[in-house]
Design a protein. Sequence first.
Length: 512
Amino acid sequence: MLKPDKFAPTLFPIDLAAIASIGVCSILILLLLISGNVCQGDRCWIDTRPKVAEFSWENEVIRAADNAFVVEFNRPMDHQGVEDNLKLTIPDKPEITDPLPGRFSWAGRRLAYTLNFPAPYGDRYQITLDNAQEKFRGSDELGQEMQPFEAVFRTPDRIFAYIGLEREEAGRLVLYNLTRQRKTLLTPPNLVVTEFHPYPDGQSILFMALDGSSTRSSVLEQQLYRVTTGVALAMDPEERPATGAGQVSLVLDNQTHQLLKFDLSADGGIIVAQRISRENPADVGLWLLREGRDPVALENQPGGTFQIAPDNALIAMAQGEGIALLSLKPGEEPLDFLAQFGMVLDFSPNGTTAAMVDFNRNDPNLLYTRSLYLVTNQRTQEKVFDTQGSIVNCQFDPKGENLYCLLTTLLERQEYTEQPYIAQVNLDTKEIKPLTTLPNYQDIHLSVAPDGLALLFDQIVTDPEGDGWLQTDAGESISDSQIWLLIPAVDPEKPPVLETLPFIGIQPQWLP
């Protein structure tokens, strides 16, 4: 009878499991070497195909300032194949086949796609990419086909704010979501809002208001406040934000100084307020406010209207018969004085150009005319047009290629009768395209949508005998006002769409 060899190895269950695992791995490696993947149907345990490693807009809410996205691959790719197969769509609007035209550029494994125009607001977008193949440097052969990629992003809803005039909205800041047809009252009934500017993220609004419950009733007793909008920044616009709408906080009181005007910088980090000292009414000047810091006087000469430049480096302010360029650093001397111009209308989105008005006071050949100029930060000046009417207001579109202007045509010189109209001014061709005529132009507030596809403006009615707190620049009480929506036509052969909105209010302004 044979006896077992006492030196023969004994296999335990764990050893058997290890041997089985090694066998399975060996088979998988063999399959991988043969095919490059281990898959069953659409399911893959090991997938070595090229893929998208990162998409910069994935599940993001993008705004007009977001003009390009980046797609990064884990392998070198065939550029033309990627460009041919990349698709951008609006799932809810399949009839729109090319919603975001743009141009491609490459840097190694990174693809950048720059939009020709800002993405239209109020939509959810989808990017898909498949069928593209890898291609290594120095090789003319195409490699494996990539893993299919899909992602979504969206733009904010179309939202604007205005100051209400009737019933429970009177004097209050009202938010209206045009995409979802929702109205929200942001400020309490005791505050009478006179002016406001939205912050760039749309999460809050800076506004000036009087306290109707206060014993002080002068318009100069207004203070500066901030209120939350409750607008969601998540992919799901129905998601409740961390901070709800209507939370008001005091930014600047009127204890030592009365408040005249204010402006908010393009990035929301700086506030400039024009104030009058209570102890010395002759002391009128600009004050700089940064969050968490006390106001600092800029020690400038008194002036009129002013705007913060988009680069946060200077303020353009009307002084005397010219425009002073003031530093935002307290104590510094003025940077320049443009004696030729009498009004700054707007800055281009990139901050390099300003639209200014020359009243032609010193040119006998241009008496009774006004001229619109583009003035760059290099101090170059380019005339856009002359007019015998008025240049009331102009705003750049998001690309800085057009101006939307409130202009007038002089009908009768002796009585100086003017016909106001809104026009689109092409800054390349200098063509002025009238969009709509208006019955009057008193204190019209014009607002261009952040995607450049629509305009808002108001048409006010005044009561010379009224005594309301909401007044025009001329001091007349505002009794009524209609808000209008103007959509310029993409096809030059078609007229623009003009629609009366069912709101009674003033100063309509789009959220960024």
